[in-house]
Ligand binder design. Structure first.
Ligand code: PEP
Ligand code: MG
Length: 324
């Protein structure tokens, strides 16, 4: 399928109205990295670090992780890779972690909550990332931040590890970018300081949608009721875009919906300028983006919002069919 899009691989995702959308890829394994070149992705917008933890029977060692992260950065050849710190709990349970027996694991002790309460593993992972960068720029993103303080605490851990590594005589990253995943509605309403402090924000749409509609992302029966192009959800995304615009905070969307072509177009129309997706989706999404005028789509969406429609999808599909 990627051959089909080879002719546009090195071209920008520039729309007819001149808007340029940065298309990045999601990854989680060393084996994903060759796709960076074949897909034409501009970087890795989300590197999920869970797999190296899930496929072993004990916590991986720092040296082993540092080697892997260094290889990932080497293979990216200077393109940016955003490493997300360990996002476990809920659907991702480590075989060597004591089962928590929680009635609602998705709402439970997971991701950054574990990282902050028991910081040993997260600190080890941060050290591995700093050593892997070895003088190169480093981008780290913390998952499942629900309130400002969780971000400042996670960020402080990283800053402290950088100081410690310096004291140990290790080469520091050339620069460090520290971002947060916006996966709970609460974070969209965080104080302005949060948006100022974050070097970037990435919307984890899979979780964000689950919590916005209170519909389990793993439960087909309830999940399917709620369209991503639902007027409430798009309006919410628009508010997040506004808040980030106000503080000039770079914003991306890295949930699975970014790789669905119609959704991707609508996210662009709502003001998102960076989308991170499965490598195989980059060609199809780019090809569509290059054929449309997002201002037109934005008017179609705005018009549909005035009609009381629950989802803008029917209106968007009508418009889409009229495109050449
Ligand atoms: C998300 O929630 O949208 C996301 C990208 O993270 P994950 O799917 O790994 O929870
Ligand atoms: Mg998530």
């Amino acid at each position: 399928a990627q051959e089909r899009y080879a002719s546009i691989r090195d071209k920008p995702a520039e729309t007819k109205c001149g808007t340029v959308i940065s298309l990045q890829m999601n990854a989680g394994l060393m084996a994903d990295l060759p796709s960076l070149v074949s897909s034409g992705a501009e970087g890795v917008g989300l590197f999920r670090t869970e797999l190296q933890f899930l496929t072993r029977n004990k916590v991986p060692r720092r040296g082993e992780l540092a080697q892997l992260y260094a290889k990932v950065m080497d293979s990216a050849g200077g393109k940016r890779v955003i490493f997300r710190t360990l996002d476990i709990g809920s659907d991702k349970v480590l075989p060597y972690m004591k089962p928590q027996d929680e009635p609602n694991p998705a709402l439970g002790w997971r991701a950054i909550r574990v990282g902050l309460d028991k910081p040993g593993v997260m600190r080890m992972q941060l050290q591995a990332l700093i050593r892997a960068a070895n003088g190169r720029p480093l981008s780290v993103m913390f998952p499942f931040i629900a309130q400002f303080e969780e971000f400042t605490q996670a960020r402080d851990h990283l800053l402290r590890e950088i100081d410690r590594e310096a004291a140990l005589g290790h080469v520091l990253p050339a620069e460090v970018e520290i971002g947060a995943m916006l996966e709970t509605p609460s974070l969209a309403f965080a104080p302005r300081h949060f948006f100022e402090l974050a070097d970037f924000i990435s919307i984890g749409g899979n979780d964000l949608k689950q919590f916005f509609f209170a519909a389990d992302r793993e439960n087909e029966r309830v999940r399917r009721r709620y369209d991503t192009l639902n007027v409430s959800f798009l309006t919410f995304l628009e508010q997040i875009v506004h808040r980030c615009d106000d503080t000039d905070t770079p914003l991306s969307f890295c949930g699975e919906d970014a790789g669905r072509p119609i959704e991707a177009l609508c996210f662009g129309a709502m003001g998102l300028r960076t989308l991170s997706m499965r490598p195989a989706s980059i060609g199809p999404v780019k090809s569509l983006l290059r054929r449309v005028d997002l201002r037109e789509l934005r008017s179609v969406i705005n018009e549909a919002r005035t009609t009381g429609a629950q989802s803008v999808r029917p209106a968007v599909m009508d418009w889409f069919r009229q495109q050449g």
